[in-house]
Design a protein around this ligand. Structure first.
Ligand code: ACO
Length: 376
């Protein structure tokens, strides 16, 4: 008997999860039962992670304790700093630097404690990204501050200046919105790794590598470049037509699961609006919305049988730019959020594990016979 062939594992369910629920047809997303728009605008990132890990919102004492536990793990070792300095000097992309930093995150850790491992790995992500970025700017890293929350501290470590409330709120909404999303490719990587009995740091390192690609988390940088280019030329329709006629994909559109507008786009759109409409570059924001309308229309003309709508990355680019996150750090900032989902999924997989090991259909040569090297 031959197993059925499902390229890209489309439509194949390989796990039960209690973390996030996606309705791709209707365009809905809930995290542990909370609709994404309600969670994103209300939670602090630490609350979202607590919710993912524990299945319920923390009490105020639990929240304060969890926040303290995370902040106590923010420091990175000199050895990791040295790796990041070298990565910055060689102008490696931020996601490469993050992968190298995360892989070394348990240096000096001798005792095994799963809870501590989870908190440490989540806590060091912003420090790794910000340290790399400071070196890229030719500056010294900024020491993390215990009195700031996870989100505010990340922004503080990037610049050395305390961020505004608006910046923190905008980034907090973003981090909450993208913290988990079903069995996306990077989460799947993390689950595959722990399904073999391997460890959490290995799982998260593999997930970082998976998130990097433009078909997954690497899209928002190109989205911003596209929108800036179109804003300057003022001809969205021509840009979209030329892209589609060339057989290329329009970044920030289309999704494996959604056959509707990605619900996270609406959350990020309204969070982004605040940075542009009041005293910001309102014209750019209007142009981006107009681009979205034109692109959606032309995509449906181009591919009437496949509903291609805005995905999360379109307004990610606009929001993160408004908050002041450098374009080169967009995907790494995505990882700073998604590590909450990766670790929660890894624990869920460990709790009820079965080795993830699909099969393949062999389509290569058969019945060959060996020729010694001298006769080839
Ligand atoms: N622009 C133009 N055509 C597209 C797009 C797009 N953005 N997305 C899909 N298509 C087309 C494909 O070319 C394909 O056409 P074909 O059958 O003639 O080859 C058809 O739609 C189906 O596409 P698939 O690649 O089979 O769909 P899949 O589910 O694998 O793709 C993906 C999802 C990778 C996100 C895709 O829509 C894409 O490449 N989008 C652009 C990149 C992007 O925005 N990435 C961020 C995704 S969100 C996230 O991961 C956080």
């Amino acid at each position: 008997m031959t197993d059925s062939l499902n390229p890209g594992l489309e439509g194949v369910a390989v796990a039960e999860t209690r973390l996030s629920q996606i309705n791709g047809g209707q365009g809905n997303l809930a995290i542990r039962g909370f609709p994404i728009d309600e969670l994103a605008g209300n939670a602090r990132y630490e609350e979202t992670v607590f919710l993912l890990l524990n299945g319920r919102l923390p009490t105020s004492t639990e929240y304060a304790d969890f926040r303290d536990e995370l902040s106590s793990h923010r420091q990175i070792s000199e050895e990791v700093q040295a790796v990041l300095r070298r990565a910055a000097r060689e102008e490696k992309p931020a996601m490469d630097a993050l992968r190298m930093g995360v892989a070394a995150a348990n240096l000096g850790v001798t005792e095994q404690d799963q809870g501590e491992d989870v908190r440490r790995v989540i806590a060091v992500f912003p420090t790794i990204v910000a340290t790399y970025w400071r070196y890229r700017q030719g500056k010294e890293p900024v020491t993390p501050r215990d009195d700031l929350g996870h989100t505010a501290n990340y922004l503080y470590m990037l610049t050395g200046e305390e961020p505004s409330e608006a910046q923190v709120a905008g980034l907090e909404t973003y981090l909450n919105t993208v913290a988990d999303h079903g069995l996306n490719a990077s989460t799947f990587s993390a689950r595959v790794v722990v399904s073999t009995g391997s460890d959490l740091v290995s799982a998260v390192t593999a997930a970082v590598g998976t998130l990097k690609g433009p078909l997954h988390g690497g899209a928002p940088g190109p989205v911003l470049e596209m929108l800036r280019e179109v804003y300057e030329t003022g001809d969205a329709e021509r840009y979209v037509r030329e892209t589609l006629d060339a057989g290329e994909r329009l970044m920030g559109f289309g999704h494996r699961v959604y056959r509707a507008r990605d619900p996270r786009a609406a959350v990020l759109e309204s969070a982004a609006k605040r940075f542009y409409i009041d005293g910001g570059d309102a014209d750019f924001f209007d142009a981006a919305q107009e681009f979205e309308d034109i692109a959606t229309d032309l995509l449906s003309e181009h591919m009437p049988d496949r509903q291609l709508e805005t995905n999360v990355e379109f307004y990610t680019a606009i929001l993160l730019d408004g908050v002041g996150i450098p374009k080169d750090l967009f995907t790494a900032t995505f990882a700073i959020s998604r590590v909450g989902g990766w670790t929660a999924h890894a624990l869920e997989q460990m709790d009820d594990n079965r080795l993830i090991r699909p099969s393949s259909h062999y389509v290569g040569d058969t019945q060959r016979s060996w020729t010694p090297v001298a006769e080839r």
